[in-house]
Design a protein around this ligand. Structure first.
Ligand code: DON
Length: 305
């Protein structure tokens, strides 16, 4: 299998793809991104990284940060987390509030906004928001083996200014006691997590510990093997919001998307893959990113099924 050739063919197809989706417009600093871009990076279990297209361009990882927030939260409270957030697909949009009332302020899963706000609350324990964010950025740098990763403060401010729906979710959960800290502190931390900027290459490398059963490729262990498996299972069932079933059907890999147009997909024992193209489909997932992963799964046989 020649990954360089496979990548080149995918990049060429994506360059001329007629339907590129629509760039997220509800956060002003995301609305300005050029939709013509497409990047792909594949970090393999053998330790190589293959890239194509705009793989070195930084983009806002947005909800893909929820994977790292979840990893840290499980490290802090272990299975006690599941008393405050569920593990079922929501069947609703990522920022939906409707289920929260019927389900007593417990979000369906850690990958919808309400669930990730709970993760931010867990990660705040004993910390000030600045320290919690510092810990998250340090963790992402560590798993990516890259000290240059940072937060885009303009995006963080933009999130803050337009985050009324997230504020509603946080206050609603606070009223049920799901959040333990003041909503404003939790949200500050959540908004900054969404605003981490990374390239396809950096993010594919950050996903390597999930491909390697929890091991760090440079040595040592990031999480126990069982935890890596469980994180991947949630990515498969909940990583694309109410389009998670469709993504599993078309691509067959655990994956997590973000409204910045990135998708992190992991094939256990084989590859950590990131595709990025800013145009989104109606479910808020990258239009070309999903298509590119579909092509990659066909060409490599990397579906987990
Ligand atoms: O909470 C929000 O509105 C965003 N900043 C993050 C959401 C996100 O990426 C959801 N994704 N598809």
């Amino acid at each position: 299998m020649n990954l360089s050739n496979i990548i080149a063919a995918i990049v060429e197809e994506m360059r001329t793809a007629p339907d590129r989706g629509t760039v997220a417009s509800y956060i002003p600093s995301l609305a300005k991104i050029d939709p013509a871009q497409f990047g792909i990076a594949i970090a393999t279990a053998e330790g190589e990284t293959f890239t194509g297209g705009d793989a070195e361009a930084g983009f806002s990882i947005q909800s893909i940060s929820k994977v790292f927030l979840l990893t840290l939260a499980l490290g802090k409270v272990g299975d006690r987390l599941w008393g405050r957030v569920g593990r079922e697909p929501s069947g609703n949009a990522f920022n939906s509030i409707v289920q929260l009332e019927a389900e007593k302020g417990i979000p369906r899963n850690p990958f919808i906004n309400a669930g990730a706000i709970v993760l931010a609350d867990v990660n705040l324990a004993g910390y000030r928001p600045r320290e919690a964010i510092g810990e998250l950025v340090q963790f992402v740098r560590y798993v990516a083996s890259d000290e240059t990763i940072a937060i885009d403060e303009t995006v963080a401010r933009s999130e803050e200014q337009t985050g009324e729906r997230n504020r509603a979710l946080a206050h609603f959960m606070k009223s049920y006691g799901t959040l333990h800290h003041a909503p404003d502190l939790v949200l500050g931390s959540y908004f900054h997590a969404c605003a981490i900027e990374m390239s396809c290459r950096q993010l594919a490398r950050a996903g390597r510990f999930l491909m390697l059963g929890g091991l760090h490729p440079d040595g040592g262990r990031v999480v126990p093997a069982r935890r890596a498996r469980r994180i991947l299972s949630l990515m498969l069932t909940c990583g694309h919001y109410d389009a998670s079933g469709d993504f599993a059907f078309r691509v067959g890999m655990p994956g997590k998307s973000g409204v910045g147009g990135g998708i992190l997909a992991v094939v256990p024992g084989k590859a950590s893959i990131v595709v990025w193209s800013p145009g989104l489909n109606a479910s808020g997932n990258s239009q070309l990113g999903g298509l590119a992963l579909e092509r990659l799964a066909e060409a490599t046989g990397w579906s987990v099924f």
